[in-house]
Write a protein that binds this ligand. Structure first.
Ligand code: HEC
Length: 137
C-alpha cells in the first residue's frame, strides 16, 4: 500500500475520488484482514526498524540531528514526540499523513521511500518502541 501511495493518490485525483482517511479502528480491521490474507508478517524488530528509519531517509525530516549528510531540515515531528502506541496507530498515522509526506518529499526532491516485504513491520516496531518510551516518565 505504502509503495504505491503516490500512484494511488494520482489516480484518485484523476478519478476525483476523495483520499480515504482511516481511523485507528478501521486501520486495525484492515490490517487484521491483510494479516489473515498473509500479507503482513509477524511483529517486527525495532532495532532493524531503526536502521530502516535511517536508510529510507525518514531521519532527514523527522530527526535531522541524526541525519548527517541527508536532507537535514526538520519538516516532520521527532519520533519521540509521536504518541503512537499500537501498530495500527502507527500505520494509520503514516497513512493519514502520507499526502503531506508526499508533498514534502516532492518539494525536497527526495524519492518516495520504497519498502521490501518485512521492512515495514520492523519500522512500525521501531516507531512504536520510541513512542512508548516517550510516554513512560
Ligand atoms: C520529506 C519529509 C518527510 C519524509 C522523508 C518522511 N516524513 Fe513522515 N511526515 C512528514 C510530515 C510533513 C508529516 C506531517 C507532520 C507531522 O506529523 O510531523 C509526517 C508525519 C509522519 C507520521 C505521523 C506522526 C503522527 O504522530 O501523527 C509518521 C508516523 C511518519 N511521518 C513516519 C515516517 C516514516 C516512517 C518515514 C520514512 C519511511 C517518513 N515519515 C518520511 C515528513 C516526512
Amino acid at each position: 500500500m505504502w509503495n504505491h501511495g503516490p500512484n494511488m493518490w494520482e489516480s484518485m485525483l484523476e478519478e476525483e475520488i476523495e483520499f480515504p482517511e482511516l481511523s485507528v479502528e478501521e486501520m486495525s480491521d484492515l490490517m487484521t484482514y491483510l494479516y489473515f490474507s498473509s500479507f503482513i508478517d509477524p511483529p517486527g524488530d525495532p532495532i532493524r526498524g531503526g536502521e530502516h528509519f535511517t536508510d529510507k531517509g525518514c531521519v532527514g525530516c523527522h530527526e535531522p540531528d541524526l541525519a548527517k549528510d541527508l536532507l537535514g531540515t526538520r519538516v516532520g515531528m521527532n519520533v519521540s514526540q509521536m504518541k503512537l502506541q499500537s501498530s495500527s496507530e502507527v500505520v494509520a498515522a503514516m497513512w493519514n499523513h502520507a499526502s503531506e509526506m508526499d508533498e514534502a518529499t516532492r518539494s525536497s526532491n527526495i524519492a518516495w521511500p520504497q519498502f521490501r516485504p518485512g521492512e515495514m513491520v520492523d519500522l512500525v516496531a521501531f516507531i512504536q518502541s520510541r513512542s512508548e518510551a516517550s510516554t513512560t516518565p
